[in-house]
Each structure stands twice: as C-alpha cells, then as structure tokens.
Design a protein around this ligand. Structure first.
Ligand code: 6PG
Length: 223
C-alpha cells in the first residue's frame, strides 16, 4: 500500500496539490491536452482552492468529475457547482469542464450524450478520488443497484447508480475507467477513514469498492 501520512491537513492539502500540479504539467509536456478527474464531497475543497492558484497551462486541461449527484447545479450537494466555484476559478478558470450532469433529465436519459463527451478525454491522466467510510469511491457504493456492472472489466464509461441510504440518483465513472487512469491518488482524512481503508486491503471490491484500485493508488492521509 502506498500510504502517505501528513502531520496535519494543511500540509496534506498543500503537498497533494503540488503533486497533482506536477503530474498535470508532466502530462501536458507529453500531450496536447490532459484529463484531470476529481471527486466531489466535503474533503477536496482546499485542494481545489490551492490548485486554482497554480500556474500551469490550464487551457489545455479537461476537468471531469468522478461522479455526480443528480441534483440541480443550484443545490449545495452539486459536485459540478463545487468544482466550478472552487477549482475552475482564478488561474484554473481557463480549464474546460466536461459535464457529468444535465438539468431536467433523469441520469438514464442523459447518459449516452454525457458519455460521448467523456470518451475522447480518456484515459484519465491524473485521478483524484475521495472515499466514504463504507469504502465507496466515485458513486460505486457497496449495495448499489448496478454495482456488478460498475465493477465489470467490460463496463461502459458511465453508469447511473442508486444505492440504499444515498439521497439522490447518481452518475459515475465505472471502475474500469478509474483503473485505467495513468496516476491515482486517494485523499482521506480522519481516523475512521484510515481504519476503513486499511480494512479494505485484500477485500472483495463488491463489499469494499476501493479494494479494486488499492494496488496502484497513492493514499494521502492526515488526522
Ligand atoms: C461524491 C463523491 C464521493 C466522495 C465520498 C467522500 O459525490 O459523494 O465523489 O465519492 O468522494 O463520498 O466524501 P466526503 O469527502 O464528503 O467524505
């Protein structure tokens, strides 16, 4: 397990931001465009704040969400709104966002059109993941309705997802697409998530989805 422990959250957010920026710069030195896929949720905000002030050729970066909650962009649960407000601002305002949501429709109706826009940006160059205490990543939850499909080696790019205890429908990149990323970082904080992650080593991804990606991921943690 590539486990990186930091003295505090501030150090974690700063070092991780620098690492991600360095990887994006490296990708841009080798390709015309680079794809940066990011989580929503409550943890990554400070990393987005740091990155939005970093100098790199953002105009050649495609920003993608790992998953989205099927809520309007005006909702405080919208991951799209989080990324627009905290990452695609300042210097990073030049980056192009690939949408993972469309107002009005159900995820099933929008899926094909959204996947069509994601496909040319694959594989992901730099992948940042969050994780829940149930070991879900993106919206690949244990107990979700389309979990098997999402974990399959032949999975489509995007799947709609509904799971017990999750208040809204989701749309998520499949595990196949996540696993094909050139570089993978998992950002977690607090003792509970650390214990959950350690318990996921060697586990069945159908029970603890993060297990599917642990052999290649770098885990970044602070209390
Ligand atoms: C989402 C995320 C999800 C998130 C985890 C952790 O839309 O909910 O992309 O996978 O990373 O749920 O969320 P927290 O950082 O809020 O604990």
């Amino acid at each position: 397990l590539n486990f990186h422990e930091y003295p505090d959250r501030e150090a974690l957010f700063l070092d991780l931001s620098n690492m991600l920026a360095g990887e994006l710069r490296r990708a841009l030195s080798e390709e015309d465009r680079a794809t940066f896929s990011v989580p929503g949720g409550t943890t990554p905000g400070p990393v987005f704040d740091n990155l939005s002030g970093v100098g790199l050729d953002w105009g050649r970066v495609d920003v993608l969400l790992n998953d989205e909650r099927w809520v309007p962009e005006s909702s405080e649960r919208s991951n799209t709104a989080l990324v627009r407000g905290r990452l695609l601002t300042g210097r990073a305002a030049e980056a192009r966002m690939i949408p993972l949501h469309r107002e009005g429709a159900e995820p099933e109706e929008a899926l094909d059109a959204l996947a069509e826009a994601v496909e040319p940006a694959l594989p992901i160059d730099v992948l940042l993941l969050g994780m829940g205490t149930d070991c879900h990543i993106a919206s690949i939850f244990p107990g979700a309705d389309r979990l098997d499909e999402a974990l399959s080696a032949r999975a489509p790019v995007l799947l709609p997802m509904r799971a017990p205890g999750v208040p809204e429908a989701r749309i998520t990149l499949s595990m196949r697409v996540l696993r094909e990323a050139m570089s993978t970082h998992i950002l977690i904080t607090g003792a509970e998530k650390r214990a959950a992650l350690e318990a996921a080593r060697g586990a069945d991804p159908a029970e603890k989805p993060v297990a599917a990606i642990l052999n290649t991921a770098h885990v970044h943690w602070a209390e």
